[in-house]
Design a binder for this molecule. Structure first.
Ligand code: 5MM
Length: 344
């Protein structure tokens, strides 16, 4: 039976002060691309060693990481001493979570647009994931913005079907007593300006909350994982950090109900430092109805991966400790640039 108190308690743990989420849920193909950067073969053992190194990092895990999003394979893996990786996470006081979508596929009849799949058989998979220790899940929808001012992309069709699927996923999660992270990612790659990102993100979030309402999802048992409102990576005019913070907060205030326990941003290809700085400026300068923290993949893992380089555990853990601490401070609005320099 659905336990709303438990869902709310887990959601609040995921956005606890000074902590955020490690998105380590790269599918086998995506982690392969990351490993290519350090010339490492994409084997099951290397994937396990990399993630085990992260999950054993202290004090990062117990002080700054509230939860870890895993890929199916990782939730089932154990270290050489027989400890399940999910158990390592739980022992550090963080909540194990699981990515349950099966990826963004081409959307029929809409060239250049995507639909996230994975609803078939999801109820059974969620029940199994609960038994394996997962207490939250993640589903990511991909919303592309058209190039050269093409206003037909994203289409209402694309936003409609993706937000509908996100709500169907969220309702199934709650039925299984798993907190759904809903992640509608408006993609940063592109030549659009920050105003266009604002417009598309605002529309997407309005549709998302209408769908969640229509499908009976209890907001107190959810976490939102949105993109920040940001200039496209190929836009000639890049907004300042202050503008990103201001427009992101304005967009979320316009659309996200106060009943949502918290917001955990994706990093979306921002530099490590920009992702941290934006989060800190938002937390420092605005009076917000929800805690705002990180759920970063690349912005938490790029530096540790480079430092680890396939085997250097000490260097990898030092780099992860640093990024986790910087983002933990940002979630409190207490990060500043001199803290980054001090560590160099
Ligand atoms: C960690 O990367 C996740 C995507 O993996 P696949 O593309 O292989 O499914 C991704 O969903 C991630 O959790 C979020 O987008 C946040 O990651 P970033 O790197 O944007 O912070």
């Amino acid at each position: 039976m659905m336990d709303l108190d438990q869902l709310n308690e887990i959601a609040l743990r995921m956005v606890a002060p000074g902590k955020g989420i490690l998105a380590a849920d790269e599918s086998t193909g995506t982690i392969g691309k990351r490993f290519e950067g350090i010339g490492l073969e994409n084997t099951e053992t290397n994937r396990r060693n990399w993630r085990e190194m992260l999950f054993r990092t202290e004090p990062a895990m117990s002080e700054h990481i509230s939860g870890v999003i895993l890929y199916d394979e990782t939730l089932r893996q154990s270290s050489d001493d027989g400890t399940r990786l999910a158990e390592l996470i739980a022992k550090a006081g963080a909540v194990p979570g699981i990515k349950v979508d099966t990826g963004a596929k081409d959307l029929a009849g809409a060239p250049g647009e995507k639909i996230t799949e994975g609803l078939d058989g999801l109820r059974d998979r969620l029940n199994e994931y609960y038994e394996l220790g997962a207490r939250f899940a993640k589903w990511r929808a991909v919303i592309n913005i058209g190039a050269n001012g093409d206003e037909s992309m994203p289409s209402q069709y694309c936003i409609g079907v993706n937000t509908h699927a996100l709500a169907r996923y969220a309702a199934l999660c709650q039925e299984a007593n798993i907190v759904p992270i809903v992640e509608p990612e408006v993609i940063m790659e592109g030549d659009h300006d920050i105003e266009r990102c604002f417009e598309v993100t605002e529309y997407t979030l309005r549709k998302l909350y209408a769908e969640l309402f229509d499908q009976g999802v209890v907001l107190e048992g959810t976490v939102l994982k949105p993109n920040m409102v940001i200039s496209g990576s190929k836009c000639a005019e890049q907004a300042s950090r202050e503008e990103v913070a201001e427009l992101t907060v304005q967009c979320l205030m316009n659309t996200v109900p106060a009943a949502v326990p918290g917001i955990a941003f994706l990093s979306g290809g921002q530099s490590d430092e920009d992702a941290t700085a934006h989060l800190s400026i938002m937390n420092e300068g605005f009076d917000l109805p929800w805690p705002m923290t990180f759920s970063y993949g690349r912005a938490l893992q790029a530096a540790p991966l480079k430092a680890w380089n396939g085997s250097n555990v000490e260097a990898g853990q030092a780099a992860f400790n640093h990024r986790a601490r910087m983002n933990g401070l940002a979630s409190l609005g207490e990060w500043n640039e001199s803290l980054e320099q001090a560590a160099e």
